[in-house]
Design a protein around this ligand. Structure first.
Ligand code: UDP
Ligand code: MG
Length: 318
């Protein structure tokens, strides 16, 4: 059977980029069709994440030019992960495989062929892994590497150097639909669904135009969300830290008693203050971490919709 592919592309304020990358996606789609790897009705779905610029207009125009392009628009900006989820959930019943890719041209479209070939060999999930990051700025490269290392150390299962460029079959997506959390960290959630998976390596390029929407603080936010939505290790670290500090204080107590009996109790102001600062610092951090988890629980209990689709192009998915 020849699988039907839908390429899912989340876009937020990308009016400068889409006119350039849309034809690139289509070229690759046509090539895969020519090679008989995917069915003729395979297509590209743009998910406009509530852009405030001309993005939706461009998507509508593209959809009128060719049935290979279609689009949905979210009612407001919900962030990359929610936009991607919206696209994947929208198409899972009308296709056999999906490939998610950013619309800024950073991910090499030619890797799609290897992804589809891996699917044909029986892999249900194929992760696109960046082999080189030469073109990223030094800061971006370092923070990104730190990000993965931190995630792994904190017990979140992620594929090193894999972002959201990946092939997922509709079989996996149908199971994934049962993951109803509002805290999304897709790259860490797909490994939890299971099924056989494989990796395809590609070179990460520079953004074709426009600017990254992930600032340093957003990256940290994403890292923290990733950790807290996939693991409770930070809370365990607090417990261990609490125990160590308690042990240390006990040792200090014995030390002060000995000093007391030796008659040397006047000195020691500096060490007392240091200990007070140290322990209250740890308390505050611990409260913060626990608070983050409680905040997440609060958001989850509301069960608000993760995205709302406000518009679809006329040809949107049949
Ligand atoms: N994006 C989105 N919603 C947002 C921010 C970004 O859909 O709120 C899209 C964006 O258009 C792009 C992808 O997510 O296709 C990745 O974003 P970006 O290139 O800014 O991140 P980076 O590659 O720098 O990590
Ligand atoms: Mg990018």
């Amino acid at each position: 059977m020849i699988p039907k592919l839908v390429i899912v592309v989340p876009c937020y304020c990308e009016e400068k980029v889409i006119p350039i990358t849309a034809p690139l996606f289509k070229e690759e789609l046509d090539l895969l069709k020519e090679k008989g790897l995917i069915s003729e009705d395979s297509r590209i779905l743009f998910v406009d994440d509530g852009s405030t610029d001309n993005t939706w207009h461009i998507i509508e125009e593209l959809s009128q030019q060719s049935d290979n392009y279609s689009g949905i628009r979210l009612s407001r900006n919900r962030g990359h992960q929610n936009a991607l989820l919206a696209g994947l959930m929208e198409v899972r019943s009308v296709c056999d495989i999906t490939i998610s890719i950013d619309c800024d041209g950073q991910d090499d479209v030619t890797a799609m062929e290897q992804m589809v070939l891996a699917y044909k060999q029986g892999y249900e999930v194929v992760y696109g892994v960046r082999s080189k990051r030469k073109k990223d700025t030094f800061l971006k490269r370092i923070t990104a590497e730190l990000f993965y290392k931190l995630l792994l150390a904190m017990g979140a299962e992620v594929v090193f150097n894999h972002a959201d460029y990946r092939l997922v079959s509709s079989v996996v997506l149908n199971e994934f639909a049962g993951f109803e959390e509002v805290n999304l960290f897709l790259r860490g959630m797909f490994p939890l669904v299971g099924f056989s998976s494989s990796k395809v390596y590609y070179e990460r390029r520079e953004r074709i135009a426009g600017e990254s929407h992930y600032s340093l603080s957003k990256m940290f936010g994403l890292a923290f969300d990733g950790i807290t939505s996939l693991s409770v290790k930070p809370i365990r670290i607090i417990t261990v830290m609490g125990l160590s500090v308690a042990f240390l204080s006990f040792a200090m107590l014995i030390y002060s008693l000995i000093r007391y009996f030796m008659g040397a109790t006047i000195t020691g102001w500096a060490s007392t203050v240091t200990i007070i600062c140290f322990v209250s610092g740890i308390h505050l951090i611990s409260l913060g971490v626990i608070g983050e988890y409680i905040g997440k629980i609060y958001m989850e209990t509301k069960r608000r919709p993760r995205y709302i689709i406000s518009r679809k192009t006329d040809n949107a998915l049949d």
